[in-house]
Design a protein around this ligand. Structure first.
Ligand code: HEC
Ligand code: HEC
Length: 360
């Protein structure tokens, strides 16, 4: 099955790439239609100077998978953001050109169209701007300003592609960022069993149903109501609220998180609430990748919440957690596994376009 899928993807990519390199009139051009469920809402902005076009998205995809963007020509964005892992890398901390570990865990790249404060601490305000960070970071891709652009300028095919997309064959870092941002806006995940359940097309098992109830319910011991209160932060169709919280990992956080950006005491040890979409594929967990499995995450929320002045009021600090039973933990894990969107991780439009055909 796996190798069959590989051939299938290969054939589609091959057709796409030869269209680009052979016949100009076969190239996909024109506006790119972003498709998403109505429930995701239209609360996003695409910069007026970087509309999403089919040719731009395709160039962005080539660049996302392009190791020539790094100083050593060995690391691409996809080194740390792999499609099969919902665009994470499976490591607690990532490794780039320097061989040194990054400060934080690689983030899943899904439904970024709606995110306005990128990174664990929300320090970047647009995908165009964000892409410049890993490009120049000494522990990620390590390119000096202009270095990546010069490397692409020397190739036979990239100048023509940039001309096609942006009207100029002169490649700049800014244009590289724009094209990559266009590709990233298309990384929409909306076809997990949970999405199908919300549309009335999937029947939950008993364990999944109990897990969903715990996920959505704030506990109330006086009324004998059990719950994990997860949806308070990770709820909604996209499975995150764009807010910053301290979820009780440490009494004295070593990474300041959001506070490093805002300088506010109340942001000490707060991080952006990550999406739980495809969460079964994106281990290890948390901003520093300290928890290896979903079971360990449930143990954290159940028994290991650390109290500190900025701990969220939605989490029970006094009891060190929600005190879930083994069955409740297992039910929550079954629910979290429903959030895996296998269409997304197998979508040939997000796959490595260089895999089957060298483009030069
Ligand atoms: C060496 C590994 C590495 C490479 C290479 C890398 N990234 Fe990342 N990426 C990370 C890490 C680690 C984070 C989280 C960093 C943080 O929050 O401080 C991250 C975060 C992101 C985010 C934020 C997602 C969100 O939800 O806020 C985006 C977008 C992103 N990367 C895109 C890219 C792009 C585009 C490239 C290529 C130009 C790239 N990355 C290259 C490791 C990497
Ligand atoms: C008060 C808000 C809040 C509540 C309630 C909450 N979380 Fe979280 N969750 C967060 C924050 C913030 C992070 C990131 C923390 C960090 O890395 O420092 C996170 C991280 C996670 C992660 C790791 C995500 C990743 O990509 O590494 C998982 C899994 C998770 N939470 C599941 C749950 C479950 C299950 C529940 C309910 C039992 C829950 N959360 C309740 C705020 C919350």
């Amino acid at each position: 099955m796996r190798s069959w899928m590989g051939y299938f993807i290969g054939a589609v990519v091959m057709a796409g790439v030869s269209a680009w390199t052979l016949a100009d009139d076969l190239m996909p051009t024109g506006p790119y239609l972003l498709r998403y469920p109505a429930s995701f809402g239209g609360r996003f902005t695409i910069p007026a100077d970087n509309p999403t076009t089919q040719e731009g998205v395709y160039l962005g995809r080539l660049l996302f998978y392009e190791p020539k963007l790094s100083s050593t020509r060995t690391i691409s964005c996809a080194s740390c953001h792999q499609q099969a892992r919902a665009f994470t890398d499976g490591l607690p901390l990532s490794v780039g050109v320097s061989g040194k570990r990054t400060q934080r865990n690689s983030m899943s790249l899904t439904n970024l169209l709606w995110v306005r404060q990128l990174f664990w601490d929300g320090r970047s305000a647009s995908l165009e701007e964000q892409a410049m960070v890993p490009l120049g970071h000494t522990d990620e891709m390590g390119s000096k300003p202009g270095q990546a652009a010069r490397a692409l300028q020397k190739t036979t095919h990239y100048p023509a592609l940039f001309k096609r997309v942006f009207g100029s064959a002169t490649i700049t870092d800014t244009l590289i960022g724009k094209a990559i941002a266009q590709f990233e806006r298309t990384l929409i995940s909306a076809n997990s069993p949970y999405d199908r359940y919300l549309q009335g097309h999937y029947q939950l098992s008993e364990s999944e149903q109990r897990g969903l109830n715990l996920f959505n319910t704030a506990p109330s011991p006086e009324r004998n109501v059990r719950g994990g209160n997860c949806a308070h932060c990770h709820g909604g169709p996209k499975l995150y609220q764009e807010v910053f919280h301290n979820n009780g990992l440490d009494q004295q956080p070593t990474d300041l998180g959001r506070q490093a950006i805002t300088k506010l005491a109340l942001d000490h040890g707060r991080f952006r609430v990550p999406t739980l979409r495809n969460i079964a594929l994106t281990a290890p967990y948390m901003h520093d990748g300290r928890l290896a499995t979903l079971e360990a995450v449930l143990d954290h929320y159940s028994e290991h919440i650390q109290t500190s002045p900025t701990l969220s009021h939605e989490l029970p600090g006094q009891t060190n957690g929600f005190q879930l039973t083994l069955v409740e933990k297992a039910d929550l894990v079954s629910f979290l596994r429903l959030l895996t969107d296998s269409t997304f991780i197998h979508d040939p439009q997000f796959a490595n376009p260089h895999r089957t055909v060298r483009t030069e």
